[in-house]
Design a protein. Structure first.
Lengths: 284, 284
């Protein structure tokens, strides 16, 4: 591996992507048996310096980036350079994280559980809400932190043509990172939090900042999606789904633009109107 | 409160349901502002005998039953009769649980975290997987633990006509308990795990057993939905959504019947064919 900064090496990662779909024999309403593809789902137990941290249930598309993003978004590790390696081994369903110098206050950081909405009951260690005051997103008049209606349509079209496990097997959430309507990274997982964490891991590894980026998610705009986006400095989120009250409230507080029900040429802008260049369609 | 069994009193519960929707002003693709309803989402921090356990993000439809079901499904309390009261106060976003005699091995029971799929990263304390061997569902030839295609259509029709926050505001998951096509209990929440936990709380409180019941969920059939259903003794699950590989694998192992993509007169039976009386439609 060629290192750009030998003094600030990035983690060594395995590349343990696993098969993403699995075939089943099913019975339909016509009494016919047929074979269909469904998404894989596997347990991945994360060990940090040989201590068990958590078990994530994942599709397995990019497990190393998932673990990296999880450590980042849970605020367990301060810098990606503090991580020496992540080794995923599907034979034992484990991800071994080695840090360069250990994690300070590990027990304290993992002590508090906030079970977030999701479609489930997500775990966020530590007091993320308390961190919100320190978040600064770029100003709404910064051109790279705005989006026009035509760029939004370009983004939605890029998602429409993207090959995906969702198209072949359903039942997964997709998440993508855009710079205007240019797709930079796309990943799917059985849980949408895993998907966004994987994007976070990719950004961390490649030193990609969020201020001029846009998140796309197939999942809902709940409080923790807004918080995760804001923590990564991304000021705009686009979702195929809808929103909850707290997702809206936090976005208003933080100055994020939220677009939901976004597909083809339809969308609703829920917040951050100041970041949006509306180019209205003539009503039909 | 009239007690059927004065020696085995059920918990005293507040009835702190909160408003389920909230109005927002949004901007659409035609450049028009309009008002829409979105689901509420609020934090509920659960204290057990004054010790903080977890913060759940919830719609707030039935918070006491949610807490009750959470304690049950996390295996933190053995019997509903061990709980003296649950007091929910939205002014402080807290649920205070008082037990009659404390919880044995509280720290040990809450030490292990499994972050499950969901759309998020759910928390399941303890080693649920290890419990699977002890689960016994009713035999597949037991009439009350089977379903016919016409009863399935009746169930789907009952869900179709059910009034819901989903219809008015979207972005919530619904969960229901049926006895054949008779709807016994319906609840919605921002997270589908909260919805199923609320049903579990209702069953626990009212001493309703699962062997002759059917779960309906709008969410996907992931591993933990199957596990939660099996733990409550319910042998059949019907979902509007799809399935993941591990959800399927566990259902086969446990002998559950899973129906997905179920809406109107369409469905796929993924597992437990032996519990299903197929009455095929003529192909169109």
């Amino acid at each position: 591996m060629a290192l750009a900064h030998p003094d600030r090496p990035t983690p060594r990662l395995t590349a343990a992507a696993a098969p993403l779909t699995h075939e089943l024999e099913v019975l339909d309403e016509f009494g016919a048996t047929r074979r269909i593809a469904v998404p894989a789902e596997r347990a991945l137990t994360v060990f940090v310096d040989k201590r068990e941290l958590v078990t994530l249930m994942t599709l397995g598309a990019a497990p190393e980036l998932l673990v990296l993003g999880y450590l980042r978004n849970q605020r367990l590790v301060d810098s990606v350079h503090d991580i020496e390696s992540i080794t995923v081994d599907w034979d034992v369903n484990a991800a071994a994280v080695n840090t360069r110098a250990g994690i300070e206050r590990f027990d304290e950081k993992t002590a508090k559980r906030v079970v977030t909405t999701g479609c489930g009951q997500g775990t966020v260690f530590g007091d993320l809400m308390g961190e919100l005051d320190s978040i600064r997103l770029p100003a709404a008049d910064e051109p790279s932190a705005r989006i026009s209606q035509s760029a939004l349509y370009g983004l939605l079209n890029a998602m429409r043509v993207q090959e995906s496990t969702y198209k072949s097997a359903g039942s997964v959430h997709g998440c993508a990172l855009f710079k205007q309507d240019e797709l930079l990274m796309f990943v799917e997982d059985v849980g949408r939090h895993n998907a966004i964490d994987t994007i976070a891991g990719w950004m961390w590894l490649n030193d990609v900042t969020g201020a001029d980026k846009i998140f796309y998610t197939t999942g809902r705009l709940t409080s923790e999606m807004v918080i995760k986006s804001a923590q990564m400095g991304v000021p705009i989120i686009v979702s195929r789904s809808g929103i909850t009250q707290m997702g809206h409230q936090l976005a208003v507080q933080l100055g994020l633009a939220l677009f939901g029900r976004a597909m083809n040429k339809h969308f609703i802008c829920y917040s951050g109107f100041a970041r949006f260049d509306s180019q209205p369609e003539p009503p039909r």
